[in-house]
Design a binder for this molecule. Structure first.
Ligand SMILES: Nc1ncnc2c1ncn2[C@@H]1O[C@H](COP(=O)(O)OP(=O)(O)OP(=O)(O)O)[C@@H](O)[C@H]1O
Ligand SMILES: [Mg+2]
Length: 232
């Protein structure tokens, strides 16, 4: 029997406005009505000048922040109506975050960093360790997994961060300038890992990048300028 093809939007943003209140009567509108849909298994990049609102948008997509106006559905769930506890569970289970500055826990081995997101689940300690090892092997960190972040190169730190993002097998990976602090050769290696996760594991990936060259490699490039999406 043929499997039904459901063209489901994993991420669906409708009229998203974000304002920051910086003391009455000042309010700063940063996103001015964003409409964006991302399909399951898509690899999308977001490009735009510094200050255009990319990270603000990413924080909303990652349920780290709530929009001021508009509707956001993540895997069909209305995020605006979700309680804080639900949001943290969604962040832990459904989304893998990768940041420009790695955000690893210092003085803690790569292995333990990757195990950390699994602590909130039901996995046993031995299972967590096993999975963390597998993920670190997947990103080529087998030889370095007992090192602490301060003993790792930028590329090694970012590979550890990607392994950590994959810990709970999220369907979505959100990466905000993951290669922003890396040289071009190391960036290449990181991009190859994203391509592999996309191709082999069907991950939906949203990548923010300054590099139009790297953006060109993805399925779709979304340009954002001054809080608005330009024609794709
Ligand atoms: N919490 C906040 N309060 C007030 N203004 C904010 C806040 N967060 C972001 N902004 C403002 O929103 C605008 C967009 O910021 P954002 O970080 O989204 O830009 P960006 O596109 O990610 O830039 P970059 O490429 O430099 O990372 C900036 O003018 C910034 O100062
Ligand atoms: Mg940013």
């Amino acid at each position: 029997m043929a499997q039904e093809q459901v063209q489901e939007h994993v991420i669906s943003l409708n009229g998203i406005v974000k304002r920051f209140y910086i003391g009455k009567p000042n309010e700063l509108e940063i996103l001015h009505g964003i409409n964006l849909e991302v399909e399951r298994g898509e690899f999308v990049s977001i490009v735009g000048e510094s200050g255009s609102g990319k990270s603000t948008l990413m924080n909303i997509i990652g349920a780290l922040d709530r929009p001021t106006e508009g509707e956001y559905r993540l895997q069909g769930k209305n995020i605006g109506e979700a309680k804080d506890r639900e949001l943290s569970s969604i962040r832990n289970q459904e989304i893998g975050f990768v940041f420009q500055t790695y955000n690893l826990i210092p003085r803690t081995t790569a292995l333990e960093n990757v195990e950390l997101p699994m602590l909130y689940g039901k996995m046993k300690k031995t299972e967590r360790r096993e999975r963390a090892r597998e993920l670190l092997e997947l990103v080529g960190m087998k030889e370095r997994m007992l090192h602490k972040p301060e003993e790792l190169s930028g590329g090694q730190k970012q590979r550890t961060a990607i392994a950590r993002a994959m810990a709970n097998d999220p369907s979505i990976i959100l990466a905000d300038e993951p290669t922003g602090a890396l040289d071009s050769e190391t960036s290449r290696r990181i991009m190859d890992i994203f391509h592999r996760l996309h191709r082999e594991q069907g991950k939906t990936i949203v990548l923010i990048t300054h590099s139009t060259e790297l953006a060109q490699e993805t399925d779709r490039v979304v340009k954002i300028s001054d809080g608005r999406i330009l024609a794709e």
